[in-house]
Ligand binder design. Structure first.
Ligand code: ZN
Length: 322
């Protein structure tokens, strides 16, 4: 082989390698729709988890909000909306959780083939907080987001509600792909059995704790608290962006003292700065309580899911409420 030819081959190889790198990088960046499967696009993690478990091998599920990202402030890009429109099923929560969903659905053509599912349909919603806004010196209202919310959207944090969400997803799948109805029913039965067990564990273990008061990062545990007789005090509002005022912080500190609270809960997708500051001031400890709005990249790698994270939530609740 002469030198020139060898050089030419090396160059071709390099081109192929670079092309392969580009292709795999694009593939990894955004999971695409798959032909021959029922494609389901979900708006955030718990819906993704339930759709994957119920659909099993017959479906390809694409979650819009990636691991490590907090969904309250997330909005779709053009390519997300295209993926959603080309899918067979689109599942969103509703109850005001996805602020972007109204405009997106309005932009769908009348004859769009995607079946749209509002997973929270049929659930009894708790009202959003009607708290007085605290205007600061600049007239900026820190709790304006909380002020606007008509409902508390965090329904999935009660396992009883989670079962209803799963049922709505199952019904939509059966409608979209009736040929695999038997498998969808069987997978749903297995999942709902696990959710029943989870509910029993929560009920049993939380009925025995001496304390009932929890201090959390954002006001996301209303349905869980109602289901198991707890009282939540949140540092932030219904979304983890409403900054508390110094008056709010004082009020939370006295709540901690009055109720002998020994742990403050923080979340992994939101800065723990406020929780840590409060804990330091009140001389108490911190623990994780996940609102399951998304997984961290680590949790996704470890294969954790709704049920396993709720179980670690229960362990931490029991520890904090002894
Ligand atoms: Zn939330």
């Amino acid at each position: 082989m002469n030198y020139k030819r060898q050089r030419h081959m090396m160059f071709s190889l390099l081109v192929i390698m670079i092309a392969a790198m580009f292709l795999s990088a694009c593939g990894a960046a955004r999971p695409a729709l798959v032909q021959g499967k029922t494609n389901i696009v979900t708006s955030f993690y718990p819906l993704y988890d339930f759709a994957s478990k119920i659909g099993g091998q017959h479906v390809n599920v694409v979650n819009l909000v990636p691991a490590g990202v907090e969904p309250h402030e997330w909005t779709p890009k053009g390519r997300d909306i295209k993926t959603l429109k080309d899918a067979e099923v689109f599942v969103y929560l509703g109850a005001g959780f996805e602020g972007w969903v109204g405009d997106t659905l309005n932009s769908l053509e009348k004859d769009a083939k995607v079946q749209v599912v509002e997973a929270s349909k049929g659930l009894t919603l708790l009202p959003g907080i009607e708290e007085e806004g605290h205007a600061d010196d600049h007239g900026h209202n820190h709790k304006e987001d909380a002020h606007e919310a008509e409902f508390d959207p965090h329904v999935w944090l009660s396992p009883v509600n989670a079962k209803q969400l799963a049922q709505n997803i199952k019904d939509a799948l059966v409608k979209a792909d009736p040929s695999h109805q038997a498998d969808y029913e069987a997978n749903f039965k297995q999942l709902s059995g696990k959710l029943d067990q989870l509910h029993d564990k929560f009920k049993q273990q939380l009925s025995k704790t001496s304390k009932k008061e929890i201090v959390v990062t954002h006001q996301s545990f209303g349905y869980l608290a109602k289901e198991y007789g707890l009282t939540q005090k949140a540092i932030m509002g219904l979304a983890p962006d409403a900054e508390p005022t110094s008056k709010d912080m004082k009020e939370i500190l006295s709540f901690i003292k009055d109720n002998n609270v020994t742990y403050i809960f923080f979340e992994e997708l939101v800065s723990d700065k406020l929780a840590k500051t409060l804990a330091k001031d009140a001389k108490v400890e911190t623990l994780v309580l996940s609102p399951l709005e998304g997984l961290t990249e680590e949790q996704a790698k470890q294969g954790m899911d709704y049920v396993s994270i709720m179980e670690s939530n229960l362990n931490n609740l029991v520890k904090a409420l002894q």
